[in-house]
Design a protein around this ligand. Structure first.
Ligand code: ZN
Length: 184
């Protein structure tokens, strides 16, 4: 069992570039949830449709995650740099709990492969409210960069494969956890 959320609260509430992060993350989370409905593993999906600002959104997401029963918390985001870039920048997966480093690297590689992105890998981040506030093992996925033309073209083309890659990696994590419940 895992809990997955869209990292913002609607159109215009995240990064903006060739795609809008705030609305795109809702689509991705909905697609991943649909994929889990055909699986043995239960996934709870959180989409914030009520917050009015980023502080409220973070409080909402952290509280909603912590109210669920799960072995893993997942947040979906897209990344951004300033300006518009033609070149591909890539995928990264953030973690704060050192136990999640290897799974974050596995997830990043899987998305990069499915999407045709550069694999930026697992990144330790100790300053993110969501990673610090959720109490279970957690990863924050940055699928690709919204203002890299190459990244967004690859994303649009390979959306289904990217969703499938995220689903497969999460399913495999949960199956392993099920056999090792004492470690959690
Ligand atoms: Zn974001």
């Amino acid at each position: 069992m895992l809990t997955i959320s869209a990292g913002h609260f609607g159109k215009g509430t995240g990064a903006n570039g060739f795609i809008d992060e705030g609305s795109e993350v809702m689509e991705v989370v909905t697609a991943i949830q649909a994929r889990f409905q055909k699986s043995q593993i239960a996934a709870q999906c959180i989409i914030d449709r009520q917050s009015k600002n980023q502080a409220q959104n973070l409080r909402y997401l952290i509280a909603a995650h912590n109210q669920t029963k799960r072995v893993l918390d997942v947040s979906i985001h897209f990344n951004a740099v300033s300006g518009i870039r033609e070149v591909g920048i890539g995928t990264e997966v953030l973690y704060v709990n050192p136990n999640l480093k290897s799974f974050a690297a596995t997830m990043s590689a899987a998305i990069a492969k499915a999407g045709g992105f550069k694999d930026r890998g697992a990144k330790y981040r100790s300053n993110l409210a969501w990673l610090n506030g959720t109490v279970k093992p957690a990863i924050l996925i940055e699928i690709c960069f919204v203002n890299s033309r190459t990244d967004v073209q690859a994303y649009e083309k390979n959306k289904t494969q990217i969703v499938e890659a995220i689903f497969m990696a999460l399913e495999s994590y949960c199956k392993k956890s099920k056999n090792n419940l004492k470690k959690l």
